[in-house]
Structure formats: C-alpha cells, structure tokens
Design a protein around this ligand. Sequence first.
Ligand code: GN1
Ligand code: MG
Length: 362
Amino acid sequence: MKDFDKIVSQFDVKGTVDTVKPLGNGLINDTYIVRTSEEDAPDYVLQRINHHIFTDVDTLQTNIAAVTSHIRRKLEAAGADDIDRKVLTFIPVKGEDKTYYFDGDSYWRMMVFIPRAHTLEAVNPESSRFAGEAFGEFQAMLVDIDADLKESIPDFHNMEFRLKQLHDAVAADPVGRVKEVKPLLDELESRAEEMCKAERLYREGKLPKRICHCDTKVNNMMFDEDGRILCVIDLDTVMPSFIFSDYGDFLRTGANKLAEDDPNIEGVEFDMDIFRAFTEGYLSSARSFLTPLEIENLPYAAALFPYMQAVRFLTDYINGDTYYKIKYPEHNLVRTRNQFKLLQSIEEKTPEMREFIAAQLA
Ligand code: GN1
Ligand code: MG
C-alpha cells in the first residue's frame, strides 16, 4: 500500500485527505480518487503515470499544460459557463510550477475531480452524437495552438511502425506463441498495405497532421447530469496525428456492440446507428476544417483503428504481455480476436458508410 498522504501532501491541494480509492478502467496509468473531508474543498484525481510507457514525463506534462491552458482561454473568450468542469485543472507541486512529483520510484500528478460528472463504458446514439461533436470541437479548438507539441509516445498511431513492432515480435517469438496465432497473422498481413495508406498520403504531402487526442475511447469523456459532454479527459496522448485517430478510435469502442475484450467474439458487430450518430456529430463541428480527402477516408479510419489495435494487442501477446494490463493469460489474444472480428464487420459495412457520408455532404 502506497503512502498516499505523503504523496498528496507534495501538491498544493486544499483540505485534508479523507479516503483514496481506485478510479476507472485505464490500461496504462493507475488512477485514484482522493476525497477530502471539508465541504468546501474539492475532491481530486491522483494518478501514477506509467513512465515505462510515457518515458519523458516532463514533456508529457508540458504538452498537457499547453493544451489545457489553450482550451481554457478559448472557453473564456467564447464566454462559456461552468469552465472548471469543461477543462481539466492540474495541481502544481508546492512551491514549484511543475505539475508532477517523483517519489524516487514513480511519477505522480493530481487534478481537480470534476463534480457531478461521470464516464460511460458504452454509448447510445444520442451520447455518440454529443461525443462526435465534442471530439470535433476539441480538434477545432486546437487548430490554432501555437505550442510545439511533441509526440509523448513517438510514432504512436503510425501504422507502419506498429506493423514493424509486430514483425519484430514475430521474429523474436520470446514466449513461443507465434505458432498458435499464425492464421491471425496471415489475416493481418493481407491487409497491411491498405492499412498503411495514411502514412503514404502523408509522405506525398496530401494528408495533414493536426493536434488530436489519440485515445478517444468512450471512457475518456466526462458526461454531466443531463448526459451532455463536459470535457475530454486522459490527455497523455494529445499530439500531432491524422484526424483518423480520433474519429476511428471512438468508433472502435463506441460502435462495437461488445467491450473490446469480450470473449463472445461472435457477438462483436459494428453498430451502424452509433456510426451514423457519431459521424453526424463529428462532421457538424469538424467539417469547417476537414479537407475532402480527410472526409473521404473516414470509413478507412473506422477500419484502421480496430486493425491497429489488433496489431498492438497481438504484438503484446507475442511479446509475453509486457504493455497492456491483463487479467488472465489469454487476455491479449481475446482482445485481438475481438478487434479483428470488429474489423471484418466494418469491412462488410463500408459501402453503406460511404453512402451515408456522401449524403451528409450533399
Ligand atoms: C490504452 O490508457 P487507456 O486504457 O485509455 C492505450 C490506447 C489503446 C487502449 C486500448 C498510451 O488506453 O492507445 O487504444 O489502451 N494507451 C496507450 O484499450 O497506449
Ligand atoms: Mg482512459
């Protein structure tokens, strides 16, 4: 058990710690809610940053500070109400202007817990439309950020790089799992060239990178009492990327009829109602800055993210589960099969998706 009181006392917080309990379902960082005893003191979120994955914590927190202060300024300029619930507030370490603390072993950070708000693990069409709007707005607000945001994880959504990691894992086969997954590997390989299309378009100068969230899982959004979106959380991966990242990664979790690790693979299906609602919402706020090529490739983005996630989960399975938290030995393999089934469902529905998007633009 960590000495949470000692960690919390490093930060410039108000009130005294009452309880500290685990929060949320993140696969990378460890997150806790810190309740304070006093009525007038906020509660806080405390996080241990996984510094094996985010190796440059200083850059990470600098990125996040640039993004949150930019969004705050935008909201203020627009005369928005309830701003403290619409953008995260990180707490500085006492007497310093940095927002993380190293205890000799782990890196910690704290932010204000947003009151009367909740996250969801699954969405309906109505919340998906709000989510589409929110992620489009998030990208739109960051179009003119002048900070030079670094990639907090280099090549994070670079498909060519993710395939190279898979190939390296297969070549090393450190725990002897390659044989068992050969058919899956062949399926993934047969789609590799098509799935690396974004990188090619980028090299040809046809596709821009913009500041994106890059982890638009359903559970990375806060909803208010009325089911409307307050803000986007989990800002560790905000970085320059193709807009496909945010569009595709939301649908990967939001439009999967099951959770990403549900072992009932036959039940995995791409939900077109969620797709339509999310796409409508996203285009309503992002259309103003998207290029025709970006819009044309939204169905590709929907396929890319289950594909990329299948590649990443399978790589981790082959490597002996060193990246994602797992609950049982086959967990990463189940996740891979689930994501692959989702990809197949998306492939079937691509013509229908294209028609829907074309009708939106007409
Ligand atoms: C990780 O931390 P979390 O659970 O929001 C991962 C995402 C994956 C996701 C799969 C830094 O996100 O890229 O899509 O798991 N984040 C990182 O569930 O690798
Ligand atoms: Mg998360």
